[in-house]
Design a protein around this ligand. Structure first.
Ligand SMILES: Nc1ncnc2c1ncn2[C@@H]1O[C@H](COP(=O)(O)OP(=O)(O)OP(=O)(O)O)[C@@H](O)[C@H]1O
Length: 881
């Protein structure tokens, strides 16, 4: 049978399923659209899943309905074909009784809709194009059989009439992503060997190129327009049809002889990680990520062949051919030819190959982005690393510091502990040392201490020495306290008895105590200077104890000083009492001594006196002049009183007078006199000054320190006879100094001396008389030596009346001093100025002739009478007797 012979072997419609299955397994092509595969395998039947038989040209036959003309003209004739669509068979009538049967991949009756035709003929091809393959949809048939209707019907009047082109584009646009994918079209017409651009009619001779390697045909000169939506595509199709119609009119061609070709280029980008059809199953994911992005380029070619039979050279495309036939028996020959063409086409098997390219441009951009990300990430990690290193460094430094701090702290603790242990050891050794009697010898201790201080002894030795000093101080203080108590008891006994030996014993005892108490003080001071800084707490504590001990000792010393002053005063008073007793015993009421306070020098008592003086001076020497003088400025009034008495008593001794002044005693005494606070103090101070004034060198010092004025003030102010007596005695002593004559008068000394006669106390008057006599003696000596001229300063201050008045005073001391004064002033003739002639002056040596002063009409002359009295004579009185 012709029909049998017309079906390619192994590709018969019946064997389609088995063959398809076999090919499917053998093919490397896998559809990424299972839903679309399912659609192509729908119940309505199809060309048996063209995806499973990718290479063979799929051929469907479509029968156009009878048109109006055919319905009339062929009304009496049967159609030339009979379709058995379910069997996908077509019977071509040869005559009334015979026909040939042909099998096709699909048999579409005159009732098949445009939608069904698209789905069974073109849709699988379109899906292949979307997967990256080339696909071709061909229409072949006699003119007027519906090729254009099948492919290019725009369906402007009815959407259901839309042909394959529009439906294909509709599916493509629905499947792609406009952001990453793109669709381009070219629309040309092939007439004879000329290619005309239906989108640009001026471009009417487009060359054809063919890749010699792949055999792929391309039209690089054709207009390419990107399609973004369906309306624009429809508009281009309409434009193309217009241009085609115009071209055919111009060329006087028939559409049946020109081939319209629509080329649709679909570029799709495979998403990252999406396996491509060429990926190996075992390809690692990382390797895929490193691959450049892939662009699949599928191309759909829809061709209205218009009678061409070159379908066998449709290149690498999946091809579907729809052959269109008409029913009219009048075109039976053409129909037969068409059918046979379709049968031959079914034998054509193409090699399908997916069209994939690497998108290096996109890859470059992607790599640049990745590089930027990597650089940023590297910088971020570097910064994080640097920060981490910095943090670790800081933490490490902190940790090191903490460890160092802890180490230092522990080291300090250990050092302190060692130091404490060391001190404890020293303490134990010290206790052992203390228990050793031989170690406590004072001499050895003192010498050793001095040596260590001088040689910068170590700290431990310093501690030991200070401790030993402290122990010694404590012991000394205790001893001193006991002895003070004992001393107090003895003093109380002494005040009620005259057991001199006890007194001496007590004095000696106190002296010893003072010596013992004072000696360590020097050591303490020295030691204190050595330990000024850096002393440990133990040394500080010991020094604190030493300070406390020093304070207690100071108090003790003050008490001792007070007791000492009392003792000295008792000694002084006892001496005075003794002298008074001696005086009574001797029957002599007045000592010849000029000293107002010094012990008597009576020979019969000299031995005992010397013994007493020796004891007192011994005390003086032992206590020390400086300490005694310091008592004059003591805050304690009692001490001051006792001290001034002691100083006055000491000043009675010639050997002490210069020493006292040199040691500042005079200044202190003058201060006491100036700051009169107590009559006793003033009296005794004046007496002390009087005693000091016995020394010629002291006299000038007294005057230099303002003594004359102070004594004059005291003389004017005081009322106490004994005070005045002391003041008069002091001035009297000063009057015996030749150098002080002028100052005595100038500073009021003579005036004050004479002013004290108001007291009328014989002791005071005696001192006044002594002063006058001393002054007169100096003036007389000056006159004799020629250093003194003119009137007597003494007389100018008004001394003469008092002299005359008291020349016959019953008190022998007064009378004797006046007599002396007169005798020294015999050369002055001015004395008689205020005396009446015949005035008798008792006590004058008898028989002595006194010259008168020739220049003075009132020259006084007197004779010393034999009876011991003298008589003043007026100058006019002849001195015959
Ligand atoms: N299947 C069909 N159903 C209804 N009308 C059809 C069908 N096929 C074709 N026609 C109509 O038949 C006429 C001719 O069709 P068409 O122009 O498509 O034929 P053709 O093969 O393209 O002719 P040519 O080769 O001369 O261009 C048109 O009017 C068309 O509408």
């Amino acid at each position: 049978m012709a029909s049998r012979n017309g079906v390619p072997r192994g590709v018969t419609f019946k064997n389609e399923k088995a063959s398809s299955a076999t090919n499917y397994k053998a093919s490397s092509v896998k559809s990424k659209h299972p839903a679309r595969r399912c659609a192509s395998l729908g119940p309505a039947g199809s060309i048996k899943d063209v995806s499973h038989v990718p290479g063979r040209v799929r051929v469907a036959v479509r029968l156009r309905p009878k048109n109006a003309e055919e319905s009339v003209a062929d009304a009496d004739y049967a159609d030339c074909v009979e379709l058995q669509s379910e069997l996908k068979r077509l019977k071509l009538r040869k005559n009334n009784w015979d026909s040939d049967t042909y099998e096709f991949d699909e048999v579409l009756t005159e009732f098949a809709s445009q939608k069904r035709v698209y789905e069974v003929v073109a849709k699988p091809v379109v899906e292949s194009v979307l997967d990256g393959y080339n696909g071709t949809v061909l229409a072949y048939g006699q003119t007027g059989t519906g090729k254009t209707f099948t492919l290019g019907q725009l369906g402007e009047e009815a959407v259901s009439d839309r042909g394959i082109m529009i439906r294909a584009m509709e599916d493509i646009l629905a499947d792609i992503c406009l952001e990453t994918d793109s669709v381009f079209i070219s629309y040309i017409q092939l007439y004879m060997e000329t290619i005309q651009d239906l989108l640009n009619p001026a471009n009417d001779n487009i060359p054809i190129t063919e890749d010699p390697r792949t055999g792929e045909v391309s039209l690089p000169g054709a207009t390419v327009v990107e399609i973004r939506d369906q309306p624009s595509f429809i508009e281009l199709l309409r434009l193309g049809e217009t241009h085609r119609f115009a071209a055919n009119t111009k060329l006087n061609t028939e559409s049946s002889r020109s081939h319209a070709i629509l080329m649709v280029q679909v570029k799709r980008s495979i998403r990252s990680g999406e396996p491509s059809s060429s990926d190996d199953e075992n390809h690692s994911q990382s390797a895929k990520n490193c691959n450049p992005p892939i662009v699949r380029k599928g191309k759909l070619v829809v061709v209205d062949l218009a009678g061409s039979e070159r379908v066998h050279k449709s290149g690498t495309a999946r091809t579907s051919l729809v052959v269109t036939i008409g029913p009219s028996p009048r075109h039976r020959g053409e129909t037969t030819s068409t059918i046979l063409f379709g049968q031959r086409a079914m034998k054509v098997e193409n090699m399908l190959k997916i069209k994939e390219e690497f998108d290096y441009k996109s890859l470059s951009k992607k790599l640049e982005v990745q590089l930027d990300k990597l650089i940023a990430e590297g910088e971020r990690r570097q910064k994080a690393f640097d920060d981490e290193v910095k943090r670790i460094s800081i933490e490490s430094q902190n940790h090191i510091s903490e460890v160092e701090r802890k180490f230092s702290s522990e080291l300090e603790k250990e050092r302190t502990k060692c130091q404490m242990d060391y001190l404890e050891s020293i303490k134990q050794l010290e206790e052992k040392w203390i228990t050793n009697p031989q170690s406590q010898q004072m001499n050895g201790f003192s010498n050793g201490l001095c040596d260590r201080v001088e040689h910068n002894m170590p700290l431990s030795e310093e501690v030991a020495e200070v401790k030993r000093l402290l122990e010694n101080e404590i012991q000394l203080r205790k001893t001193a306290e006991e002895e003070v108590n004992n001393l107090k008891r003895q003093l109380s006994q002494l005040t009620s008895s005259e057991v001199w030996s006890k007194l001496v014993f007590v004095v000696s005892l106190i002296t010893d105590l003072l010596f013992c108490c004072l000696l360590p003080v020097s050591f303490l001071n020295l030691t204190s200077l050595k330990f000024q800084e850096g002393r440990p707490a133990e040394i500080h504590r010991l020094h604190q104890m030493l300070d406390d001990e020093a304070y207690e000792k100071k108090k003790l010393q003050d008490e001792i000083t007070s007791l000492q002053s009392q003792l000295l005063q008792l000694t002084f008073e006892a001496d005075q009492m003794r002298r008074y007793i001696d005086k009574l015993e001797s029957g002599n009421g007045f000592s010849r001594s000029h000293s107002l306070t010094s012990p008597s020098k009576q020979p019969q008592h000299k031995d005992r006196e010397n013994g007493h003086k020796s004891s007192f001076n011994s005390l003086f020497e032992q206590v020390g002049l400086q300490r005694i003088l310091a008592m004059l400025e003591s805050q304690d009034a009692n001490i001051r009183i006792h001290a001034v008495k002691i100083v006055a008593n000491l000043a009675a001794e010639e050997t002490n007078q210069e020493r006292i002044v040199a040691a500042g005693g005079l200044t202190s005494l003058l201060m006491l006199l100036r700051s009169y606070e107590d009559e006793t103090v003033r009296r005794v101070a004046a007496g002390a000054i009087a005693n000091l004034a016995m020394n010629e060198a002291n006299q000038e010092i007294i005057v230099a320190e303002g003594g004359i004025s102070l004594l004059a003030i005291t003389a004017d102010d005081a009322e106490d006879p004994q005070t005045l007596r002391m003041v008069a005695g002091a001035i009297a002593n000063l009057c015996g100094n030749d150098k002080l004559q002028v100052k005595l008068r100038a500073e009021g000394g003579i005036r004050a001396l004479l002013g004290m006669v108001r007291c009328r106390h014989p002791d005071v008057l005696a001192q006044i008389a002594r002063g006058v006599a001393n002054f007169a003696k100096c003036e007389s000596r000056g006159t004799t030596q020629g250093t003194k001229t003119g009137k007597s300063l003494l007389l100018e201050d008004g001394a003469l009346p008092w002299i005359v008045q008291n020349a016959n005073n019953e008190a022998s001391p007064i009378r004797r001093h006046i007599e002396l004064a007169l005798s020294k002033c015999e050369r002055y003739d001015c004395w008689g100025c205020t005396l009446g002639a015949g005035t008798h002056i008792s006590g004058l040596l008898p028989g002595r002739y006194k010259e008168s002063c020739p220049s003075d009409p009132y020259t006084v002359r007197y004779w010393e009478l034999e009876d011991g009295r003298g008589i003043l004579l007026p100058s006019a009185t002849p001195l015959d007797g």
